[in-house]
Design a protein around this ligand. Sequence first.
Ligand SMILES: Cc1cc2nc3c(=O)[nH]c(=O)nc-3n(C[C@H](O)[C@H](O)[C@H](O)COP(=O)(O)OP(=O)(O)OC[C@H]3O[C@@H](n4cnc5c(N)ncnc54)[C@H](O)[C@@H]3O)c2cc1C
Length: 374
Amino acid sequence: MTTTDGLTDMVRSFVAAAVRPAAEDLDATERFPAEIYARMGELGLFGITVPEADGGSGGSVADYVTVMEELAYGYASVADQCGLVELVASLLAGFGTPKQKKTYLPGLLAGTERCAYALTEPQAGSDLGALSTNARRDGDGWVLNGEKIFIHNAPVADFAMVLAVTDPARRKRGGMSMFLVDSSLPGVRQAYHEKKMGQRASQVGGFVFTDVRLPADALLGGEGEGFGAVMSVLEKGRLGIAALANGICRAALDTAREHALSRQQFGKPIAQFQAVAFSLADMATDHAAARQLIEHGADLLDRGVDAGSVCSMAKLFASEASIRTTSRAVQILGGSGFIRGVEAERLYRDARITTIYEGTSEVQRMIISRALLR
Ligand SMILES: Cc1cc2nc3c(=O)[nH]c(=O)nc-3n(C[C@H](O)[C@H](O)[C@H](O)COP(=O)(O)OP(=O)(O)OC[C@H]3O[C@@H](n4cnc5c(N)ncnc54)[C@H](O)[C@@H]3O)c2cc1C
């Protein structure tokens, strides 16, 4: 991978040319931008921390969060696809057999094969211990049954990484396993396509699994290692979403600043009114503070130091900051900030999910407070 400065410049010019100009149309049409993802594959923007030996870019977590912020500055759905592939590819690289890696990684990293990461269920959101999707042994293989909801890429996925209960008595303590499930298998139904408030080019839906027969080598890692696998990428995933939220913050700041400098009321640019200037100052402070927490978390993860609490702080702060800054941007834009097709209006909607997915703000506060009170 190139230096962080070289990487930032490369992603920035890709985003300026191909992502930002497409964002309003993708939001309006909810289209899956396959051409953008194929180009990202060519640029090495999928699997940033995946080792080069496995076909990834061999970069650091610091590189990964840099890419996520830059992509989200252009359009959050595009960053979210990068984050999803990063998690699935990291798990394949970390836990996959040579055959599993050979089957799934090349197309995934090229941006031509589509994956999903399926944990959430109707009765198991924040509480993954309540999963009911289950796999039971059947000869050499497995039989999978259950339902997953709110899964990014579910309507378009070629395969899904699915967390299922394999030992109901042990659940999170060695009773959950991860399976690689091809969408074309009999009994797999890609259930529906949700209509969402924001990040509308992200295709989100559900899976229903009815007596899906899986071969023995559909199991990723060992039996009972599924929950541990989820935990192994949790902090990187949260930091990625923090960086995504901070890319939204920066886009909100830039569009609000530009408007404040050009919009004239009472004979001068509205930026000259202290109320507006101070609001911009608060937005810039939120963005800079989030950046510091994210970089701190990335540095800890890159050095292999305990980063749980800091990554949760980064996710909590950056996601809530993205809601504050996009709301300020709408206010500074005035009536135009409420109109479809205006960037501030889309950013306000795109930011809203960041305090919910990849662990809600309340879950992040639970983790931070537990560490404090331990
Ligand atoms: C657009 C989108 C994309 C998604 N992508 C994926 C995906 O790709 N894969 C996937 O597996 N999932 C995905 N999800 C699901 C997402 O991770 C969950 O929505 C999230 O974890 C919250 O779960 P829930 O919606 O069931 O809310 P719940 O867990 O029911 O929570 C509802 C509220 O209760 C609060 N709460 C819950 N427990 C506690 C507690 N102990 N203390 C205090 N407050 C609590 C929560 O913070 C929240 O405010 C996605 C969701 C959306 C909307």
